[in-house]
Ligand binder design. Sequence first.
Ligand code: UDP
Length: 249
Amino acid sequence: MQLAGQQHFSTLGAPLLGVIIDCLTLDQVVARIEAFIAEKQPHLVVTADSTGLIIARHDQEFRRIVQSADLVTPDSVGVVWALRRRGFPVQRVSGVDLVDRLCAASADKGHRIFLLGAAPGVAEEAGERLKLKYPGCNIIGARHGYFPTESDEVVAAEIAEAKPDILLVAMGMPRQEKFIRATRGIINAPVAMGVGGSLDVFSGRTKRAPGWVQRAKLEWLWRLILDPRKMSKVKHLPTFAWLVLRGKA
Ligand code: UDP
């Protein structure tokens, strides 16, 4: 299945709110990303959560970017729930899991990774911790994500000098995907992926929910309790659930 304008190679894609989600396991996604690196052409990977899909309904530029992505993973329990209801055999493939696996693969194969995003100091801290976790992990640069859109090209030129194979952008949706799309011709990284709050997690500043909370599918509630500012994201969940339950997604 494929929506007009969306370039996809996957065998099984599931439509949800105008976007095709790839039904791939974490291992398959990592393999696909390795293939993108080998191709040496720029690819965009989107980790789609329920909030992101609701934002895409109203933000046409963002919707087009997600629709033109080379790979879209189901990043939240809401997206997994919506697709399983329709019989698609999806598993959650989150930004945090992907950052972890790509750093492990980098330690093995030397892929050059650049970390962009989060508050000053966080990307550097996350990089140091990831290098300790995966000795040899080739993190070749890190930079915070607090700069105005007008500076996108200047920041992109800095990143381009480092020649990353993988650019991980942790600036939240839709800012991170818009940055990737706008600067793709400057940075030319074979893989660019938006990873939301992942660098906060790897820097140790945000704790991931305990295993039992993740298994109970309540990670969103855990994050909301720790950071009430997340309400701006969580407020979209009832709309998402309503659209899914009414068969309008
Ligand atoms: N952020 C950033 N630049 C900005 C706004 C946000 O780098 O202009 C960072 C913020 O510090 C946080 C991340 O973007 O690390 C967004 O995290 P959030 O959990 O809100 O994103 P999500 O995973 O929900 O998309």
